[in-house]
Design a protein around this ligand. Structure first.
Ligand code: NDP
Length: 433
């Protein structure tokens, strides 16, 4: 705490993982002897830089850029870039810390990192977003490389921003190094299914959890928060599996659509027009926008928080429990507060933590890197099959690890221990570096 003052989200993320590690540390004294916990708390490298750019009115704007290269024990640093006004070092470090264990859980050769800026893309013209991205990459490029550090998207960074970032990287380095970024457009080195992967993976994880109780998503009521990349494709997969998704949200409020969200309309509003929740409601009879209050007050069987950190609180958990929620799978990173997690678990809810449930995105990024390295591109069906295998594998690894440690069904414990052990063993093997 003293070493990293004011980084509340980072402290929260570290505590959440360390709370699970008692049993594994008792069984493996070599981790403490080699100061593995201390090493895992200290990023390998943290880069903070000025991002100057000129807005449409000709004024110079200054933002702050970050890249935390957290751990390369298992492979090149891998994790997204977030552009949102709330971004500061504590958020980037929490995301980078989570990413280490998430990436380890996928079983793939990728280390952990995260980055971003306090730049707010909302309300900015395409030209402004492009100039910002170019300036951001003009500093960041020197730290990247397909064997060094491979960013992707996150909040506020989608295909458009990744295109501008890749274009500037290519121009500065004079290299068409496809493997330096993931989440690329499919016509210029991207992978099919990457756009869908995080949301699809979250629903596949929920499906696996439900099956441990002999249930399916078919016919269940689902609440989704957010209306960005993760939320849209969580809605799509849940609907494909027969669920009725009755909510989504953005920072203006949440929408209740009892007839089931009209995904074609929502995609048009969000992906094409870059509009707001009110634009959806204006064109969708029966849907209503609620400002104030919480999306988790809507009665559902399954909740999928897919917006941002700490969006599902203890009070929200109580509300979900009072309506008989069966499963919660985190599409976002750390969306549930610690008291929320404790209440849901105590209430017998199947709870899939983000580092397991949303790992489908980064796993598919690793598949994109494989395709780039072999100059190949796989079909949608093949890639989705790989994603499904990976999500089932992550689910089973978490469940088996929880069983081994005498806490069957505790996916938080299972994910933390399984992810930690893979990284810790690599750290030990590589010596004091
Ligand atoms: P997007 O920017 O595409 O969408 C974010 C959505 O959440 C938007 O609807 C946004 O609303 C809403 N939102 C964001 N911040 C807030 C806030 N403070 N209050 C209310 N609503 C908010 O991001 P993604 O879908 O990519 O990411 C969502 C979450 O998933 C994040 O936690 C991210 O770290 C995590 N994640 C993403 C992965 C990916 O592949 N993209 C992979 C793994 C995890 P508005 O537009 O109004 O701001």
């Amino acid at each position: 705490l003293q070493r990293n003052p004011g980084e509340a989200e980072f402290h929260q993320a570290v505590r959440e993982v360390f709370d699970s590690l008692g049993p594994v540390l008792r069984r493996n004294p070599q981790y403490a002897d080699a100061a593995v916990l201390e090493r895992i708390c200290e990023p390998e490298r943290q880069i903070i830089f000025r991002v100057p750019w000129v807005d449409d009115a000709g004024r110079v704007q200054i933002n702050r850029g970050f890249r935390v290269e957290y751990s390369s024990a298992l492979g090149p640093y891998k994790g997204g870039l977030r552009f949102h006004p709330s971004v500061y070092l504590g958020i980037v470090k929490f995301l980078g810390f989570e990413q280490i264990f998430k990436n380890a859980l996928t079983g793939m050769p990728i280390g952990g990192g995260k980055g971003g800026s306090d730049f707010d893309p909302r309300g900015r013209s395409v030209g402004e977003v492009m100039r910002f991205c170019q300036s951001f990459m003009t500093e960041l490029y020197r730290h990247l490389g397909e064997h060094t550090d491979v960013p992707a998207g996150d909040i506020g960074v989608g295909g458009r921003e990744l295109g501008f970032l890749f274009g500037q990287y290519k121009r500065i380095t004079n290299r068409y190094e496809s493997g330096v970024l993931t989440g690329k457009g499919v016509t210029w080195g991207g992978s099919l299914v990457r756009t869908e992967a995080t949301g699809y993976g979250t629903v596949l994880f929920a499906q696996q959890m439900l099956r441990t109780r002999g249930r399916e998503l078919d016919g269940l009521r689902v609440a989704v928060s957010g209306a960005g990349n993760v939320a849209l494709y969580a809605i799509e997969k849940a609907q494909q599996l027969g669920a009725r998704v009755v909510t989504f949200s953005d920072s203006s409020g949440y929408v209740v659509d009892e007839a089931g969200v009209d995904l074609a309309l929502l995609k048009d509003v969000k992906e094409v027009r870059r509009g707001r929740a009110a634009d959806y409601v204006a064109e969708r009879p029966g849907a209503r926008l609620v400002t104030g209050g919480s999306v988790w007050d809507v009665p559902v069987d399954v909740a999928l928080p897919c917006a941002t950190q700490n969006e599902l609180t203890g009070d929200d958990a109580k509300s979900l429990l009072s309506h008989g929620v069966v499963a919660v799978a985190e599409g976002a990173n750390m969306p549930t507060t610690p008291d929320g997690v404790a209440l849901l678990q105590a209430g017998g809810v199947l709870f899939g933590p983000g580092k397991a449930a949303n790992a489908g995105g980064v796993a598919t990024s690793a598949l994109e890197m494989q395709q780039n390295a072999s100059r190949d591109s796989w079909t949608f069906e093949h890639t989705e099959e790989r994603l499904t295998e990976i999500m089932v594998g992550i689910h089973d690894r978490c469940a088996e690890t929880a069983d081994e440690h005498g806490e069957p069904g505790n996916y938080v414990l299972g994910a933390n221990i399984a992810g930690f052990q893979r990284v810790a063993d690599a750290i030990l093997a590589l010596g004091v570096v």
